[in-house]
Design a protein around this ligand. Structure first.
Ligand SMILES: [Cu+2]
Length: 169
């Protein structure tokens, strides 16, 4: 399963999210191209990716997120430990330093949409509220972008791998 997860993440890295760009600005925070992946029926978890920029002169920390479509949203980080890909919660939130941009993307930081009420469908826009420390909360929409056929199969594996990974902790 661990191997499958790594293969999936590699595959995702090679598939550039092309579709459509959209961005949201509020005060010093800009959220660029929030997007997600369709989920197979019965899969309880989806992902959220975006790029967050902080043009202010003080740090901003993403401390939470919520959507009506999921029971819970976590901020995760994917990292390598002894050659094994792992996901774990980002403790204390994800800080976007003054003047910096942090990318939530495959293989790295991401939001985990847990306990989905129904599968995420290609073309949907998922309302998402981002909660920051140092900036106001922000409403954005995750665009659910298409998967190509080749990635679909491994996408399913990712979620089983992910669940297994969580049970380790
Ligand atoms: Cu995760």
């Amino acid at each position: 399963m661990k191997y499958c997860l790594s293969a999936f993440l590699l595959a995702l890295t090679l598939v550039a999210p092309a579709a459509f760009a959209h961005e949201y600005s509020q005060g010093q925070v800009k959220v660029d191209h929030p997007w997600s992946r369709p989920t197979p029926p019965g899969t309880p978890m989806g992902v959220g990716y975006m790029s967050i920029s902080n043009s202010g002169d003080s740090d901003v920390t993403l401390i939470g997120a919520a959507t009506p479509r999921a029971g819970h949203v976590s901020i995760h980080e994917t990292s390598m430990h002894d050659g094994v890909m792992r996901m774990q919660p980002v403790k204390g939130g994800l800080t976007i330093p003054a003047g910096a941009t942090v990318d939530l993307k495959p293989h790295s930081f991401h939001l985990m949409l847990e306990k989905l009420d129904s599968p995420l469908q290609e073309g949907e826009r998922i309302p998402l509220t981002l909660t920051f420390e140092g900036a106001k909360s922000m409403d954005v929409k995750l665009a659910v972008e298409p998967l190509d056929g080749g990635v679909m199969k491994e996408h399913g594996m990712d979620h089983s791998g992910h669940e297994m990974d969580h049970s380790d902790h």
